[in-house]
Design a protein around this ligand. Structure first.
Ligand code: UT7
Length: 333
């Protein structure tokens, strides 16, 4: 019997109300709206200020939105995959916590940590389960409270990140839509340029690590930028070539939102006009695993069944990749 394809059948999202503007940031560190807009392209980002809530709360709200929009009952879900670098706790997995919060029972859940490529890794994993024919409803949620690992005394990193969550439902289909191809890569050598110094088993938390501010994102911007531009574009061009896609065939590029200059460079290498590139970095900043599903959420009304989408990301690890999928539905107006 022919194996099913895995297709996205719904999108949900949640972002906190509080808006941290460049204006407010410029009162916290030595920066300006002009620098942030020119070098990164971010105007504002959302922050979950409630210190009693972590990323699982954001994820749960996004999954609830997904359930509401798709009419899915929690007990129908077979598997939930949470993509995150900011789980509520080291263990148990954020996926376990989110499942409990939204009432998913008789299912299993786990986390995927692939930095900013988290959603690509998590979605590809979900597709393998669905394509096997055994799993019918799989939720993939990117959930990040980046503000807790962002050092608001470091002007080089604090303008970049924001908090948000977004989720997709993945189901089987016998139609010619859904996941068509993917290229995923990682190179742990890149960890020197982008990591958190302390808090893991190599360097557990101590008073010294806290005083040295080692529980925040450490990023060497320029080498990360260089690798991001070349690797994200390379795999996106490669996936187009091996699927015989021209720039006319591609309806949308759905890029990870880390830096507007990286997004533009990737689109240009793929030969795409700016109108085909999803950009919402100015409103949310870099929400790590949530950027790509948050784009799908915001563009859902414009997407048509059969549209060719290229998803692309680069992040901590290093990790990077590209996915070619055919969009599965046209939303009723
Ligand atoms: O999503 C995960 C993967 N991460 C990424 O893809 C991020 C990749 N990297 C980047 O996006 C960029 O490298 C950054 C946005 C992080 C930095 O931009 P840049 O153009 O590479 O700036 P830079 O680090 O080379 O710094 C240029 C100058 C420096 O001053 P000097 O040494 O030239 O005097 C910085 O001190 O800009 C200064 N600078 C700032 N100035 C005003 C750094 N941050 C700021 C700031 N406001 N916020």
């Amino acid at each position: 019997m022919e194996r099913p394809r895995a297709v996205i059948t719904g999108v949900g999202a949640y972002y906190p109300d509080y808006i941290l503007t460049n204006e407010e940031l410029s009162r916290m560190v030595d920066t300006t709206d002009e620098w942030i807009m020119t070098r990164i392209g971010i105007k504002e980002r959302r922050i979950l200020r409630d210190s009693t809530k972590g990323s699982a709360y954001l994820g749960a709200r996004a999954v609830e939105d997904l359930f509401r929009k798709t009419g899915t009952k929690p007990e129908e879900v077979d598997l939930l995959i949470c993509c995150t670098v900011t789980p509520d706790m080291h263990f148990p997995a954020n996926g376990n916590i989110i499942s409990d919060m939204v009432g998913i029972k008789n299912a299993f859940s786990f986390d995927v940590n692939a930095g900013c490529s988290g959603f690509l890794y998590g979605f590809t994993t979900a597709c393998q389960y669905v394509e096997s024919g055994r799993y019918k409803k799989v939720v993939v949620v990117g959930a990040e409270k980046m503000s807790v690992i962002t050092d608001y005394t470091d002007r080089a990193t604090c303008p970049i990140f924001g908090d948000a969550a977004a989720a997709v439902l993945v189901e089987p289909t016998m139609e010619n839509v859904g996941m068509i191809d993917h290229i995923l890569r990682s190179d742990g050598m890149g960890r020197v340029h982008l990591h958190m110094k302390a808090g893991g088993s190599l360097k557990p938390p101590t008073i010294e690590t806290v005083m040295a501010r080692e529980h925040y994102i450490y990023q060497e911007g320029q080498p990360v930028f260089k690798h991001a531009v070349s690797n994200m574009a390379d795999v996106s061009v490669e996936i187009m070539k091996r699927n015989n896609l021209t720039s006319e065939d591609v309806a949308w590029l759905v890029p990870h939102q880390a830096n507007l200059r990286i997004i533009k460079a990737t689109g240009e290498r793929m030969g795409l006009p700016a109108e085909k590139v999803m950009v919402n970095i100015h409103k949310y900043g870099n929400t790590t695993s949530a950027t790509i599903p948050l784009c799908l959420y915001e563009w859902e009304d414009k997407l048509k069944k059969g549209d060719n989408l290229i998803l692309a990301a680069f992040g901590a690890g290093f990790t990077w990749g590209s996915i070619y999928l055919k969009w599965g539905y046209t939303k009723e107006k």
